[in-house]
Design a protein around this ligand. Structure first.
Ligand code: HEM
Length: 400
């Protein structure tokens, strides 16, 4: 079967993950034009690259589901991202309140602004005029924010980082190494055990109200301890590297187009639009995967039951049928916000408002505290990666 597919989808057969990691966009453009539904033998998955097809798949959870065996389900159990229907809606509804933009503005904005200010001060300590923004700001901001919303004490940061490394390695374990799987599952169990005293303290009323406390104190059809653990795990995992990458990519995209920075800074809504354009142009998460629940067809191509379709979000974001001159980065693009970088449909990203807020605060703080902010020409870095994209390092300079 694979051999015939290789003949039928010659462009897909040439796709290499290492090339996608460096620069996926010319490859997406070729596929979108000539083989919009293609088979990629290197990972034995379907790739979709046209925006319309991707929208149709993500909006049809009956035909294309996340409710199927996957490493993320194996690792964390059943949670909102690996379930569909009423169960998924119930999980998401229970976890949604602290992620509402209005609640974030009051509960998260003041501490976030102070925290980012402190991080930039550390970057500038001793009169430094250069710093690395990904590990110095983006990563700690993402970690602090998601821990705060969940209500996990910041003293747990080192342990969370350690668990996170195990999860990341286990989820990227395409070769099925049993040791990586065991280490990942061990970290998920350790997270569950660490939650117990936090939930207990919440029950006794000695902790501040956050998502975990909301879930524990919920008396109407409450989630079980296992359901709280699984959903907390996906929120934690979903909120760290993604947001770190989104912040780093936004800083990189804007500093790579210095002529547009003044426009982006001119008004709050201009900055919000510019952030949407950074999301469209260089999304941190490049694909959303779905399993076909029965034999079906997309654009006349037969997809068999159980096969996995990768909706390439970065390709949808540069579809010329929807975005004019799509490869051009333009902070004034009116429809920039129609990108699919947070997906669409039932699984639309829970953390999108928080990630946007974090990015806005980082950009505003860097610009206000670091006059003449620019990329360091001696230490260049650009987004890299097939599934998650971010610069390995993001060195910037500023004036005294
Ligand atoms: C505070 C930060 C974040 C948190 C807590 C978070 C959490 C989550 C959760 C829990 C889901 C599953 C939602 C569901 O299935 O109903 C999700 C989905 C998703 N998130 Fe996020 N996320 C964050 C940031 C980001 C960022 C920065 C990006 C990319 C720019 C991103 C991209 C996505 C995508 C594409 C999906 C959909 C996946 C799919 O449908 O297969 N997330 N996120």
């Amino acid at each position: 079967m694979s051999e015939r597919r290789i003949d039928r989808f010659p462009l897909g057969a040439r796709v290499r993950l290492v090339d996608l990691a460096v620069d996926p966009y010319p490859i997406f453009a070729e596929l979108r034009e000539a083989e919009p539904v293609t088979w990629v033998p290197e990972i034995e998955r379907w790739f979709l690259t046209r925006r319309d097809d991707i929208l149709a798949v993500l909006r049809d959870p009956h035909l294309f589901t996340t409710d199927a065996p996957s490493t993320i389900r194996d690792m964390f159990g059943a949670h909102m991202m690996t379930t569909e229907g009423p169960r998924q809606v119930r999980y998401k509804r229970k976890c949604l309140p602290p992620f509402h933009a209005s609640r974030l503005e009051t509960a998260s904005l003041p501490p976030l602004t102070a925290e980012v200010g402190r991080m930039v001060e550390v970057l500038q300590s001793g009169g430094q005029r250069a710093g690395e923004v990904r590990t110095g700001v983006a990563r700690p901001v993402a970690l602090h924010s998601v821990l705060s919303v969940l209500g996990i004490p910041l003293t747990e940061t080192d342990r969370v980082n350690e668990w996170y490394e195990h999860f990341a390695r286990a989820l990227a374990n395409f070769a099925g190494d049993p040791e990586l799987r065991t280490a990942g599952k061990g970290a998920a169990d350790a997270f569950g055990r660490a939650l117990e005293p936090i939930l207990e303290a919440t029950r006794s009323g000695s902790r501040m109200r956050r998502l975990l406390s909301d879930l524990v104190c919920d008396h109407v059809d409450p989630l079980t301890a296992e359901e709280i653990r699984s959903n907390a795990l996906i929120i934690l995992f979903g909120g760290i590297e993604t947001t770190e990458s989104m912040i780093a990519n936004a800083v990189w995209a804007l500093l790579s187009h210095p002529e547009q920075i003044e426009t982006a800074r001119s008004r709050a809504d201009a900055l919000d639009l510019a952030i949407e354009e950074t999301l469209r142009w260089e999304p941190a998460v490049q694909s959303a995967a779905r399993h076909a629940t029965r034999d079906t067809e997309i654009r006349g191509v037969r997809i068999a039951e159980g096969e996995v379709v990768h909706c390439m979000l970065g390709a949808a974001n540069r579809d010329p049928a929807y975005f004019q001159d799509p490869d051009r980065f333009d902070v004034t693009r009116r429809n920039a916000g129609d990108h699919l970088s947070f997906a669409v449909g039932r699984h639309f990203c829970l953390g999108a408002p928080l990630a946007r807020l974090e990015t806005r605060v980082v950009l505003e703080t860097l610009w206000s505290r670091c006059p003449g902010l620019r990329l360091d020409p001696h230490r260049p870095g650009a987004p890299y990666g097939y599934e998650f994209r971010k610069p390995k390092t993001l060195w910037v300079q500023w004036d005294a």
